[in-house]
Design a protein around this ligand. Sequence first.
Ligand SMILES: [Zn+2]
Length: 508
Amino acid sequence: MTVQLQQRPHVAGVWLLLCYLTGAWSIPDPRHREALIQLEAFMQTGGQMVLTEAEQQLDALLFKMKQEETARAEFPPAVHFFKARDLIRTSPIFKLLQKMPKGGALHVHDFSMVDVDWLVQNVTYRPHCYMCGTDNQSVRFIFSAQTPRPLSHCSPWVLLENLRAKMVNSTDLDDSITHNLTLFTSRDPEVVYPTQDVVWEKFEQAFLAVWGLVTYAPVFRDYFYQGLTQFYVDNVMYLELRALLPEVYELDGSTHSRAWTLKTYQDVTRQFTTNHPDFLGVRVIATIHRGVNASVMAGAVEEAMELKKSFPDFMAGFDLVGREDRGRPLWYFRDALSLPAEKGITLPYFFHAGETDLEGTDVDQNLLDALLLNTSRIGHGFALLHHPVAKDLSRKKGVAVEVCPISNQVLKLVKDLRNHPAAALMSESHPVVISSDDPAMFGASGLSYDFYEAFVGFGGIKSHIGSLKQLAMNSIRYSSLESEQQEKALGLWQRRWQKFVSKWTFSK
Ligand SMILES: [Zn+2]
């Protein structure tokens, strides 16, 4: 089916023209109908991809699998991810997507890369780990050689090794810690998180809980290595990390500079690529919370310019994080964000924009403002369909939208992923990449779950092997890598892709 579609776009174009010229719309002609169907298929993500014979075989298999998937009693993309996760894990399409070389993950945050089980079972069992319980039912952690100074709005610190030593079984304690480090719950998510405010509050509390664990220097290094491992085993070969670059601390309470933090990311990446030569590497997008004021932002932009100068190949650029609906809009920071252009210094931007359903508000202008400020990609772009000018500009300027389906569902922008706005973007091959945002917060990992939701959910029955191939290739084409590095990456990806296709078709 796919091959016919891609070989005959000119036919479709000709038929359309004929339709217009002859005014034949009043009498439905099956040939016109076929031409229109082909034209739409040609326009979608991957619609122009030329497929090999092996790819066509895999496509036929995928089509069958997808039909079976849609016939399931509960269709996973229509269900909240927390309830759908087990369903997805049993899906043959998901198993295939796990094996698929997916290229790069371009929208992932620093402290939500690793399964929280690892944090609980590995990190909180290390010596010198203290915990306290906050007034608002969350927890905080710190590693310290002595009992740390009390924290306001928190209970007295308890040394976890002492606490566990008094227990016959620490499973309940571990479960309760786990519950505080992620949004994932086995209870009904609609009941636990009835509104965006509730889910964002828990989201921010969970980040603060994770913070004291992952900013401890030995954990910081291990966490990042473990994060890379989880993406690597999910067949991701490259990562662009949004990183807050915190002041990482040691057991004696001393702290390191942001440059040290960035250098440590670089060292760990080098160590990882030495151990895994088919992993291409990492680039860092420095981030700051959008809740700061204009002068703090100006300082952060200055510092980011310095870091970009010191780490030209490792640092990709700059972005703002935090809930868009509650933070300040990009326009508020226009003076600070114009500093690099004023000084003639290159600091590429990768702005989160349009992660909102508040149409018409100041925050809703972020999409246009991001483009005005020359953003290299758009994080989320959930509201893009409401902004035809921004949409047009993003296509013309080749500014890809980083679509994170599970994040948008869990943070309550969309319920049924078949209705995700990226469905419309993919139907006209708008530049998009698929990413996972904060997989550990959502009980996901790597990229495969989000690829599943994109391919089966809003991709619908019409997305095919060409769509998957296009999405993976987009993740390299729209990365911050220089064109020469992109060619190298595409070559490496292509070899892995061919191996994947032939292995899968051969095994069936
Ligand atoms: Zn994000």
